[in-house]
Design a protein around this ligand. Structure first.
Ligand code: ATP
Ligand code: FE
Length: 328
């Protein structure tokens, strides 16, 4: 079995995954609450909180899987991209565990992890497919084949999750903004306000959310507090719909260009209700398979890192001692 560790941002995660990478026996996530009062993740606070929780999270992952370290054949860990101090806690822990047991260590790219979540959700899924990763830090489209992942397009400015978080903040809603916006948007009319869909007419597969943010800013400047609270559901629904529309359009365009039989959507934003519903309808219309992992596998977790590790070369003992984390 694979013991997987993920600490790239503000979730301290460990999981036990079968060697096939297609089934998780446990998936423990400790979400740091220390950041809520700052309205965003504070890197140094995240590193310290990882350090405090890491051992307990690993122990919980082993216990939930009914396993001990004796059952572990390799240790997988996120090495990039992410907050450097946060990553280092996971990498150091993984190195220590692997070295003590003379096990191989598998360095995993966090974004490949997000894509690999699809293999846990759909164990029979095989490449080729196109994958959209939409999270707090990334928004990118990949073509996934047997040879690996290649980038088709990405955001030129904010990530989709970041755009949702910033929009929610402008509207006075909580953090993280994605779920807060969705809640506020309930019952709202997404067509009441005209929000721009970034790079809509462009033939490429890139994204942009800065114009959308500016549009909300100007709308809010023209309203007083009472108007904003009266119009909140409509504003939230319109803003959310513009983010969803940009994601759906480019993913479908990528699928068409690649002639891909399946679509995968992962990353925290894939938990979004309106996005999931739109994609289900579009995939059915096009006769393509759609895999959107359940929310717990879409936001940061270690099971997805274990899933990606199954298809990633391992570093044999003790070659990984000089392994480093990378922020990008
Ligand atoms: P990265 O993976 O790029 O390093 P991250 O770890 O911050 O970034 P995730 O945990 O994958 O990202 O996702 C967090 C993002 O997902 C946040 O921006 C959050 O607002 C968004 N999000 C979470 N749930 C929902 C939801 N139901 N609807 C829309 N967005 C959501
Ligand atoms: Fe992530």
């Amino acid at each position: 079995m694979i013991l997987a560790i993920e600490t790239s941002c503000d979730d301290t995660c460990a999981a036990v995954v079968e060697p096939s990478g297609r089934r998780a026996l446990s998936n423990v996530v400790h979400t740091q609450t220390e950041h809520s009062r700052y309205g965003g993740v504070v890197p140094e606070v995240a590193s310290r909180a990882h350090l405090e929780r890491m051992d307990a999270v690993v122990e919980a992952a082993l216990a939930e899987a009914g396993a001990s370290l004796d059952d572990i054949e390799s240790v997988a860990v996120t090495v990039r991209p992410g907050l450097i101090g946060a990553l280092l806690v996971g990498v150091s822990t993984a190195k220590g565990l692997a070295y003590a047991r003379r096990l191989p260590l598998v360095p995993v790219n966090h974004l490949e992890g997000h894509v690999a979540a699809a293999y846990l959700a759909a164990p029979d899924l095989e490449p080729p497919f196109v994958a959209l990763i939409a999270s707090g830090g990334h928004t990118a489209l990949y073509s996934v084949t047997e040879d690996g992942m290649s980038l088709l397009g990405e955001t030129l400015d904010d990530a989709a999750g970041e755009a949702l978080d910033k929009g929610a903040r402008m509207l006075g809603l909580g953090f993280p903004g994605g779920p807060a916006l969705s809640k506020a948007a309930r019952g709202g009319d997404p067509t009441r306000y005209d929000f721009p869909v970034g790079l809509k007419g462009k033939a490429d597969l890139d994204f942009s959310f800065s114009g959308l943010k500016t549009s909300l800013l100007y709308k809010l400047k023209a309203m007083d507090a009472e108007e904003v609270s009266g119009e909140l559901a409509h504003l939230a629904a319109g803003y959310e719909a513009a983010v969803v529309e940009a994601l759906v359009r480019k993913l479908l365009r990528a699928a068409e260009l690649q002639d891909a039989p399946a679509l995968v959507v992962a990353g925290g934003v894939a938990a979004n209700g309106p996005l999931r519903r739109r994609l289900e309808a579009e995939a059915a219309r096009l006769g393509k398979r759609l895999v959107v992992p359940p929310p717990a596998l879409c936001t940061d977790n270690a099971a997805m890192i274990g899933a990606a590790a199954a298809a990633t070369p391992a570093l044999p003992f003790p070659d990984y001692l000089s392994l480093n984390a990378r922020s990008i």
